[in-house]
Each structure stands twice: as structure tokens, then as C-alpha cells.
Design a protein around this ligand. Structure first.
Ligand SMILES: Nc1ncnc2c1ncn2[C@@H]1O[C@H](COP(=O)(O)OP(=O)(O)OP(=O)(O)O)[C@@H](O)[C@H]1O
Length: 611
């Protein structure tokens, strides 16, 4: 009983939204939009691919007539060796042409498909990069990743083979039907009797196959999400000894994935024999009815010759192929509709923090910041800032203090214009920041977060992240200035040491010093610093304090402060409570006032004494 309840809990823990809709009804508007990605290739790869496809199709359509009607009925029946030689050489030449055209078809259609996928992914990534923080607040990184990778990938087959095959199949099907009717309308009608039965059965079977592949994709998405979360959270899992439960759940998801594959491949395997069976029925009718017509042909001009019969057999073989492939392309289109809908949903997302067309490019910010009756809420229900008015003079160091959730980070977010104030004005150097270009604001503001993000790459690359053109000397100088040089030198490869994403091999203090060097090198006019709360040894603490002094010098600094030492040295302190400023002034002023700040400082001292 207990075990069962435990399993239920585990299942409940791993609930993933896998964005279920895998196929969507056909939508012309969306298809045109999707196919507009072919436009850049409309003068080279696209026409070239179409030409080679038409060549191969034309060769396929012509050769059976040459073999049956002309070679058998004329050259061989009349023992005309000259005509036979000409025909054999022509047929061989045509096959050669088709062979060469096929090589280019595969090459060019693949290039076309890959190019379109490259463009689409680039467009999507570029667009997502420019979206506002709110967009990322509402979605998990995993779901964004899935759209840029999986959804774009699922369009690959459509663009590589689907679209071009569609053209080839239409031409082939139309050509074959016309030729069959010209060769023998009676025989054609006799064979076409089985067509509706085949279309009906094939559609049903295809739908089943399609559904089972959809299940495979859902199971795979679930497996991916679980893997992603398990690996990211492995340290916590091990710390809470939850490995066994994780493995058990993984086993379940893995089995589901395995079973869905088995089911889909089994259903898929039924399709080929089905096509072959229809082919066999068609051939049986052809032989039976064809033989009667050939017999009539011996006495009657309306009958059939052996040569025409042979050509007919060739064409019949070609007839089922495009029909079965068209079904496949239709499937790809439905899947493409669902993927493109999700992709376009992202592409249609406008950054809520927009830029005016006539936005001012302010190249040399002095650093004065003002908030004038600023209100802000992340969502409709709660206000994070309630009528904030404050002034931070250029070059001042300002500390924001207050309880968790009081609105300190929100103030910093509005200064960088990651969000826009719901009402009121945020000003830099007297300009409303909505009138300034985003590039000019953000290039002169650096944000150092508590949880420093380290990108995979070398230590050097990480320091020059904000100023990619900085020389090696600049990098070393910045690292020395903030006291990071000593620990970097001790790393296995010094500044060239590769660190993985998030910098797991570095300590918290080291990561902070690295982020200070990064900020110093970017040389911003305004620095926003969210101080780390993690306890660091006294020696590192001293180092960080010294580094901070260098970093704050000559710029406006807004520090979301936790350490007393930083707060004490600030020019001005704003004390926040539930989105309001309740006190402001220097450390000494506020201590004398004996209000909220005084209480916070006393509490911190008590805690330190207790330690
Ligand atoms: N992205 C977000 N979406 C919705 N609400 C948010 C978001 N970020 C913060 N909030 C809410 O806004 C309020 C203010 O949060 P803020 O991060 O500014 O607090 P803080 O003072 O910086 O806290 P801490 O010291 O814990 O970092 C909180 O109630 C928080 O729950």
C-alpha cells in the first residue's frame, strides 16, 4: 500500500507539459507563410531542383513507351536492327540523363531543405533573443528549446523531400493516367476499379500509423524533459538520496517510449505489404484482362499489342508509387502545420518593451536616475512597486535594503528597462527611459547578479563577454583590479581554462570575482549589483570588498545590499517594504532615526553574534 502511494507521489512529481498538439488541420494561410521561406532561393536552388525533378520524371514517363510500343512492336516485330540500335542507345542515354539528374536532385533538394531550416532557426533564435523578460517568465527554458530544435527539425523532411516530391508525384500521376488512357481506355478503367478501395483502406491504415508515431513523439518529449530535469537537478537528487525513485520513474518513461516505438514500427510494417497486395491485384487484372484484349487484337484493330501491354505493365507499376507517397507528404504537411503554428506563435510575439522609432541614442550617460511615482506589477493581481519616487545622483553608491520580496530586484529591473513601469516615469539623466534606445541604455549599464551566469568557454571569454573587442591585456588588467588574477593563475590553464556552462568547477566567491572583472571591463556608467548572500570566508570577503571599491569608483552604483560593510559605505540607503520606500538616508542618519533600518541592522548583528 505504502509503496503504491509512494509511486503515485513520484508520478505526480514528474508531470511535464509536452505541448501535445502534434498535428493541426491544413491551413492555407499558414502554409503560404511557411513556404515564403523558399523565396530567397526562388532564383537558384528552387528552379534548379524543379528542372532536375522534371527531367527525371519525363524520362520515367517516356521510357516504357519506347521499350514496349517501339522496341517490341516495331523494331523487334519487324526485325529492324537499325531502329533497334537507335532505340537501345536512346533508352541508355535517357537512363544516363536521369541518373545524373537524380544525383543533382538529391544534392539540390537537400541543400534547399537545409538552407530553409537554417534560415528559419536563425530567424526564430534572433527573434527570441530580443523578447522581453515577461516572455521568459511565462515559459520554461525547456519548452523554448523544444521549439527551436524539435519543431524546426520536424519541418526539415517537408522542405527537403516533401515539397519537391509533391511536384514530382503530381506530374508523374497525371502523366501516367493520361498515358494509360491513351494506350488502352478499357484496360485502364478495369484497373482503376480497385483505386477507391485502395484509397479508402490506405487512408485508414495511414491514419492509424500517423497516430502511433504521434504517441512516439509525445513519449519522447516526456523522456527528454525527464532527462533534462534529472541531470540539472542531480546534485539535489543525490543530496536527498532520491536516485532510486528517479531511476524507477525513468524506467517507466523509457519503457513507455520503447513500447510506443514497437507499436508504431509494427503498424508501419503493415503498410508495405498492403501496397504490394494492391499492386498484385492490379497486376492480376492487367494479365487477365490484358490477355483477352491481346487475343482480340489478333483479329481486331481495337485490341492490344504485346508491346503496348508491356508498356502498360510498366506504367501500372509507376501508378501506385505517387499515390502512396502523396499520403506521406500529406502527413508531413499536417505535422508541419502543428510545428509551424508553434514557431509562428513565437515569431508573432512582440517584445513588450518596445523601442520608439525616433529613440534617442544617448552615448555618454552621466548616471543620474530618478523614479517618479512609479507603480509596477508583474501580473494583474499584485503590485510589486507602489508609488516609488527616488533620486540617485550620478556617481553615487546607493543601497536598496528590505525584506525578501519587498521590490528591490524589481527596481533594478526597471532601470535596465527589462520591464516598463505600469504608471509613473523612470528617468536617466532627465530622459524618460522609454525615449532612449535600448541599446544605448543597456550598453552603459552592467548587472551583476547573485547567481552569476558563467558561459561555457574559457575564463578569458567569460570576462570579456560584455566587451568582445577587449585585448588579452585588458582582460588581465580587469582581473587584477578586482583581485581575481591570483586564483585564475592557479587554474590548470590560467585564463585559457575551459569552464562549463554555469561554471560549476568554480567556487561561489571565485564566480563573483569573475563577474566583477566582467563588469569592470564593460566599464558601465551605471552598475547594478545584486550582492550574493552566501557566506564566504573572511579572506574572500575582504577581497570582494576591495574589488567592490574598484568597481564602484566613478559610476552610479545600485546595490541590493545584504552585507553591512557595503551598506555602511553607501551614500544613500533606501529601505523598502512591500513595494514602498519607508525610509531613506545615510547609515548614520537611519541608525539615529531608530526605525525599520535600525531594526534590520540590529537583527543582523544578533545573527552574527549567534554564529
Ligand atoms: N517574474 C516575476 N513574475 C511575477 N512576480 C514576480 C516576478 N519577480 C518577482 N515577482 C514578485 O514581485 C515581488 C517583488 O519581488 P522582488 O524580486 O523585487 O523582491 P526582492 O526585494 O528583490 O526580494 P529578494 O531579496 O528575495 O531578492 C515579490 O512579491 C515577487 O513574488
Amino acid at each position: 500500500m505504502e509503496k503504491k502511494a509512494e509511486n503515485q507521489n513520484i508520478k505526480h512529481r514528474f508531470q511535464y507539459s509536452t505541448e501535445q498538439a502534434i498535428e493541426k488541420p491544413f491551413n492555407w494561410k499558414q502554409m503560404f507563410r511557411l513556404f515564403s521561406y523558399m523565396k530567397p532561393y526562388s532564383k537558384n536552388l528552387l528552379p534548379l531542383s524543379i528542372i532536375v525533378v522534371l527531367i527525371t520524371t519525363a524520362v520515367r514517363l517516356v521510357t516504357p513507351i519506347l521499350i514496349g510500343k517501339y522496341t517490341l512492336d516495331h523494331a523487334i516485330a519487324n526485325k529492324d536492327t537499325n531502329l533497334l540500335t537507335v532505340l537501345v542507345l536512346t533508352i541508355a542515354g535517357l537512363y544516363l540523363l536521369s541518373y545524373v539528374a537524380n544525383i543533382f536532385r538529391i544534392k539540390w533538394t537537400n541543400m534547399l531543405g537545409q538552407n530553409i531550416i537554417y534560415d528559419l532557426r536563425k530567424h526564430l533564435f534572433t527573434h527570441v533573443q530580443g523578447l522581453s523578460h515577461r516572455f521568459f517568465d511565462q515559459r520554461s527554458a525547456g519548452s523554448i528549446l523544444v521549439r527551436i530544435l524539435n519543431d524546426v527539425n520536424s519541418l526539415q523532411e517537408l522542405f527537403t523531400n516533401g515539397v519537391i516530391n509533391l511536384l514530382m508525384d503530381f506530374v508523374l500521376l497525371f502523366g501516367v493516367i493520361v498515358i494509360l488512357f491513351i494506350l488502352s481506355p478499357k484496360l485502364t478503367l478495369a484497373i482503376l476499379i480497385i483505386l477507391p478501395i485502395m484509397v479508402l483502406l490506405s487512408t485508414k491504415l495511414r491514419r492509424k500509423i500517423r497516430r502511433s508515431w504521434q504517441t512516439v513523439r509525445i513519449k519522447q518529449a516526456k523522456l527528454n524533459s525527464h532527462l533534462n530535469e534529472s541531470i540539472q537537478g542531480i546534485r539535489v537528487t543525490q543530496a536527498f538520496t532520491q536516485e532510486k525513485e528517479n531511476i524507477e520513474f525513468f524506467d517507466g518513461v523509457n519503457t513507455e517510449n520503447f513500447e510506443s516505438w514497437r507499436d508504431a514500427t509494427q503498424k508501419n510494417a503493415m503498410f508495405r505489404p498492403f501496397v504490394e497486395m494492391t499492386n498484385a491485384v492490379g497486376t492480376a487484372i492487367l494479365i487477365w484482362f490484358g490477355a483477352i484484349l491481346i487475343k482480340d487484337g489478333l483479329t481486331d484493330s481495337n485490341g492490344l499489342t504485346v508491346g503496348v501491354f508491356v508498356s502498360f505493365a510498366f506504367y501500372l507499376g509507376m501508378f501506385w508509387e505517387p499515390i502512396s507517397r502523396l499520403g506521406q507528404v500529406y502527413n508531413q504537411l499536417l505535422v508541419g502545420m502543428a510545428s509551424s503554428e508553434r514557431i509562428f506563435e513565437f515569431l508573432d510575439e512582440k517584445p513588450i518593451v518596445g523601442e520608439r522609432e525616433d529613440a534617442i541614442n544617448i552615448t555618454d550617460i552621466k548616471g543620474k536616475i530618478e523614479f517618479d511615482k512609479v507603480e509596477f506589477s508583474y501580473d494583474e493581481s499584485r503590485k510589486a512597486l507602489k508609488g516609488i519616487s527616488l533620486t540617485m545622483e550620478a556617481g553615487q553608491t546607493v543601497a536598496l535594503v528590505g525584506h525578501t520580496g519587498s521590490g528591490k530586484t524589481t527596481i533594478a529591473n526597471l532601470i535596465s528597462r527589462f520591464y516598463d513601469a505600469t504608471s509613473g516615469e523612470v528617468k536617466i539623466d532627465g530622459y524618460n527611459i522609454k525615449d532612449l534606445s535600448l541599446q544605448s541604455i543597456r550598453s552603459q549599464i552592467s548587472v551583476v547578479l547573485q547567481d552569476t551566469f558563467i558561459f561555457s568557454g574559457t575564463i578569458k571569454d567569460n570576462i570579456r563577454f560584455g566587451r568582445p573587442d577587449a585585448t588579452d591585456e585588458d582582460v588581465i588588467e580587469a582581473a587584477k583590479a578586482v583581485g581575481a588574477h591570483a586564483f585564475i593563475e592557479k587554474l590548470s590553464n590560467g585564463y585559457e581554462t575551459e569552464v562549463e556552462e554555469r561554471g560549476n568547477v568554480l567556487s561561489v566567491g571565485e564566480r563573483q570575482l569573475l563577474s566583477f572583472a566582467r563588469a569592470l571591463l564593460a566599464n558601465p556608467k551605471i552598475l547594478i549589483l545584486d550582492e550574493a548572500t552566501a557566506s564566504i570566508d573572511t579572506e574572500t570577503e575582504v577581497k570582494i570588498q576591495q574589488a567592490l571599491k574598484k568597481l564602484l569608483n566613478g559610476r552610479t552604483a545600485i546595490i541590493i545590499a545584504h552585507r553591512l560593510s557595503t551598506i555602511r559605505e553607501a551614500d544613500n540607503i533606501f529601505v523598502l517594504d512591500h513595494g514602498k520606500i519607508i525610509e531613506q538616508g545615510s547609515h548614520d542618519d537611519l541608525m539615529n532615526h531608530q526605525g525599520e533600518y535600525y531594526g534590520l541592522v540590529k537583527a543582523q548583528f544578533k545573527m552574527l553574534e549567534a554564529i
